[in-house]
Design a protein around this ligand. Structure first.
Ligand SMILES: [Zn+2]
Length: 844
């Protein structure tokens, strides 16, 4: 059992001089970490992982030390406490784990190349240099790096380079910062540079496998985001430059290293002339997210990992605030409503989910708290609630005070609440703690009881849930003035319903705008009233209605059979949020039908009915001057028509393939994946398969790569599926960073599921060895649980994962995902007859 004290309690660094010598050929790192600081005790601990320590000196004198690998430590005995300069000589392997200092691989014109980059969050700086690797242990850093350099290579870091001497690159002293935000990278890089209004240098860097114009979009968004934040936060960007670097191998989406943000290539470089609008929006929000962190996370950092939400929830809200300000025509908050909101509501409804604020000590558990649906999406919704309550003026005033008070230091959640509370005059902490500290969220039941309009809150569960008596302070946002601003009790009665209804002249609604983290269950009287006045609802209200009904159906509070007949009335909406919500519900019906059954035939006919008019209206190709909504809606309706096996849609996609077969990448990116998948499914052959697989290996366009992967994994040919599985462990074809998407693709294919599932179970050890040190590892379990819906798969899932339940970092995921599959199996068993009858009735 690891001993879990914070090393900062034993030694408090103020400055590092770090020298690292990296040899790509031998895959070895050696270096010296010289740390000046204050020894609080004579026995101190410094972090290291996977290192060989050859010498430790304190103030120039060799001192006794021993490495303690179980605790990722060097234990050092000093002769005194107080001011001390440690010099630690070390060597370490350069590994391919996408953590610490690691190589990324790529090809230019068939020639194999490497870029060395870094990824230190959460606890991998200790793999690069001995350090007190805790967010609270802020210090200044002088970085000096040597490598087996050849002509044409560039090295970049958090700060500008000041000199090169004897092949060693010296970087300017950093500001006071946390170890996990240190970064550097070198290799043959191309770049595009600009300057903000305030004089900050902004740059985008990528390998030369990309066309130069693929860097332009990111450069523009980065520059304008920084300018936006400098104004919004009323706090200058704290460093001389802001570099954005795309790395060919990257585990997460992006990483907010201070002054040198690293990205997965898919989230930074893109073809400005042929990239789908939703992908451009995604890239823009990722960049804005990382740049929000340059202040919130980097300038002011959480004291310990339990307050990770402070960083992530905030950056996740600000990415939308920023992009909405700099690109208002995108209506980017709609993407929040169709993406983050349902993700948070789905995951947060399973008993056993973590709270946003979560206690954590063990390094193996720290990575496991990065639950994107909770720490990011739910946390962002919480802050959206706060923003709605206090308004932007108080938010900005509070943030400025927060930055002023804690800059170059650390903070806890309470510090943010107190700054926002002082700025707004509201007790923000009291309201928010019910959301921050408690897992889950409430369903508010609105009903007419003995003539009185009554509201009741209770925790909402999908699947079994233990009633823990939780209550929330719920911003109700009702359209009736009789409803309180906050529901703080379990039950509240608003008054005589008939009188309220006639006074207001419109149906009773809660959570108008869908910004509070709860769902509403209207009784039949209230729901029928809303449906009867359905055309009065705006797009977000329609999305919300569909979303809440879907969740209530997943939670067995209503039946999917009652939702099915409502869907056609949404089918001709011209709004992206409505269509997204509609097809999310429609997609949820797939689990109720057996492949090849007459029920499946009916469901296909139902999809045809939903999509037919829209396919006629929108056609296959973008039209000059069409709305963003039309661009974003088209893929949903075409995908539905293809699922429906509509012969005209299949033929139209085939025609597009034939016309573009000489240059498939040039197919309109909005619909390219549909055309490719249609070809593989309906006109597939071994030749086509090889052609697409070769294109996958050769292209550097991440969007096109993703389309090809989705197409290839949809094949129904068993021998081709076997070929795909054989490539899973071939990093030259499928990079480990992209493997999960391939696995998901094959697993969700009825004809490939068995092979993918067998691979996961047979080669689990390989997977653990390859991505096990990584926060993405547990998501292979999540992906699997998102697809399985039969009793036999549930039994296999349990048999395989239950023995692994005590693996550090996997416990919560295995427990929750077992419950998620079991709940879905129960739902299908209980409701499939009624749901299929409802579908049959609708298509009669
Ligand atoms: Zn983040």
């Amino acid at each position: 059992m690891a001993e879990l004290t914070h090393f900062y309690e034993t030694f408090q660094p103020s400055h590092y001089d770090i020298f690292i010598d990296i040899n790509r050929a031998t895959k070895q790192i050696k270096g010296t970490s010289t740390i000046t600081g204050d020894a609080k005790t004579q026995s101190i601990a410094i972090h290291q992982k996977y290192m060989t320590i050859s010498a430790v000196k304190a103030d120039g004198v060799a001192v006794p030390f021993k490495t303690d690998d179980a605790n990722e430590a060097i234990r050092i005995d000093l002769s005194k406490t107080g001011d001390t300069t440690l010099a630690i000589d070390y060597s370490a392997p350069l590994t391919d784990s996408m953590m610490g200092i690691y190589p990324s691989y790529y090809e230019v014109n068939g020639e194999k190349k490497q870029i060395i980059g870094t990824q230190f969050e959460t606890t991998a700086a200790r793999q690069a240099f001995p350090s007190v690797d805790e967010p609270e242990a802020k210090a200044t850093f002088d970085l000096a790096i040597k490598f087996d350099e050849h002509a044409g290579e560039t090295i970049i870091s958090n700060m500008p380079e000041v000199k090169t001497e004897n092949g060693v690159h010296y970087f300017d002293t950093t500001v006071r910062m946390s170890t996990y935000l240190i970064a550097f990278a070198f290799g043959e890089l191309q770049s595009k540079l600009t300057t903000t209004k305030s004089g900050v240098k902004v740059g985008v860097f990528a390998t030369k496998a990309h066309q130069a114009n693929e860097l332009d979009f990111a450069l523009d968004i980065a520059k304008r985001s920084i300018e936006f934040y400098e104004d919004f936060y009323q706090t200058p960007y704290p460093l001389p430059h802001s570099w954005q670097l795309a790395l060919p191998d990257f585990s997460a989406g992006a990483m907010e290293n201070w002054g040198l943000v690293t990205y997965r290539e898919a989230y930074l470089v893109l073809d400005p002339d042929n990239t789908a609008l939703d992908m451009k929006q995604r890239v823009a929000t990722v960049i804005a997210h990382e740049l929000a962190h340059q202040w919130f996370g980097d300038l002011v950092t959480m004291k310990w990992w339990d307050d990770l939400w402070l960083n992530e929830s905030f950056a996740n809200m600000m990415e939308y605030v920023a992009i909405d300000a700099i690109q208002p025509d995108w209506h980017i908050w709609e993407a929040f409503q169709t993406g983050e909101a349902p993700m948070a509501l789905q995951r947060d409804a399973t008993d056993g989910v973590q709270s946003v604020h979560v206690q954590v000590e063990d390094p193996a558990e720290i990575d496991a708290i990065f639950d994107s649906a909770i720490v990011y999406a739910k946390g962002a919704r919480m802050l959206v609630m706060v923003r709605a309550l206090i308004g932007d003026d108080a938010l900005r005033k509070g943030l400025k005070a927060y930055f002023d008070a804690h800059k170059f230091g650390n903070a806890k959640g309470a510090d943010l609440w107190s700054a926002l509370g002082q700025a707004s005059g509201m007790d923000v902490g009291a309201i928010m703690n019910s959301w921050l500290e408690q897992p889950g969220y409430p369903v508010v039941s609105a009903s007419v009881v003995a003539g009185k309009l009554t509201l009741t809150q209770e925790q909402f569960f999908i699947g079994d849930g233990k009633d823990a008596g939780r209550q929330w302070q719920i911003p109700l946002n009702s359209n009736y003035e009789a409803a309180p601003e906050l529901l703080t009790d379990k039950v509240v009665t608003l008054g005589d319903y008939d009188a309220l209804r006639s006074a207001s002249g419109e149906p009773f609604r809660l959570n108008v705008g869908n910004n509070s983290h709860f769902i509403v269950k209207y009784d039949d009287t209230l729901l029928q009233d809303i449906l009867a006045n359905f055309t009065e609802l705006n797009a977000i209200a329609q999305l919300q209605l569909l979303q809440d009904l879907r969740l209530l159906a997943d939670g067995r509070q209503i039946s999917y059979a009652s939702v099915v007949p409502l869907l056609p009335r949404f089918a001709d909406s011209t709004s992206t949020p409505v269509n997204t919500a509609l097809y999310t519900v429609a997609h949820n019906l797939l689990k109720f039908v057996q492949p090849g059954s007459s029920e499946e035939q009916n469901l296909r006919a139902f999809y045809d009915k939903l999509s037919a008019q829209q396919v006629t209206r929108l056609g296959w190709l973008p039209r000059a001057g069409e709305s963003n909504d039309d661009q974003l809606t088209r893929p949903y309706v075409l995908s539905a028509a293809l699922y429906a096996k509509n012969p005209k849609a299949i033929a139209a996609a085939h025609d597009l393939f034939t016309q573009n077969s000489a240059n498939l990448a040039a197919l309109s990116a909005d619909i390219r994946v549909l055309v490719l998948r249609n070809e593989v499914k309906n006109y597939g052959s071994a030749d086509l398969f090889e052609k697409l697989l070769t294109a996958y290996r050769q292209t550097s366009d991440a969007s096109y790569k993703a389309d090809l992967s989705a197409a290839l994994t949809s094949t129904s040919d068993a021998s081709l599926i076997a070929k795909i599985i054989a490539k899973f462990e071939d990093a030259e074809t499928i990079k480990p960073q992209d493997l999960r998407a391939w696995y998901r693709g094959v697993l969700s294919n009825d004809d490939g599921q068995q092979a993918a599932w067998d691979w996961l179970r047979d080669d689990w050890q390989w997977l653990e060895d390859t991505v096990g040190g990584d926060m993405e590892f547990s998501t292979y379990i999540t992906v699997t649980s998102g697809i399985f819906h039969t009793a036999s798969r549930l039994a296999e899932f349990k048999a395989f994962f239950e023995p692994k339940v005590n693996t550090p970092g996997l416990t919560r995921e295995i427990t929750m995902d077992t419950k998620i599959v079991a709940t879905r199996v129960d739902l299908v068993e209980a409701e499939k007859d009624a749901v299929n009858a409802a579908i049959a009735e609708t298509v009669k």
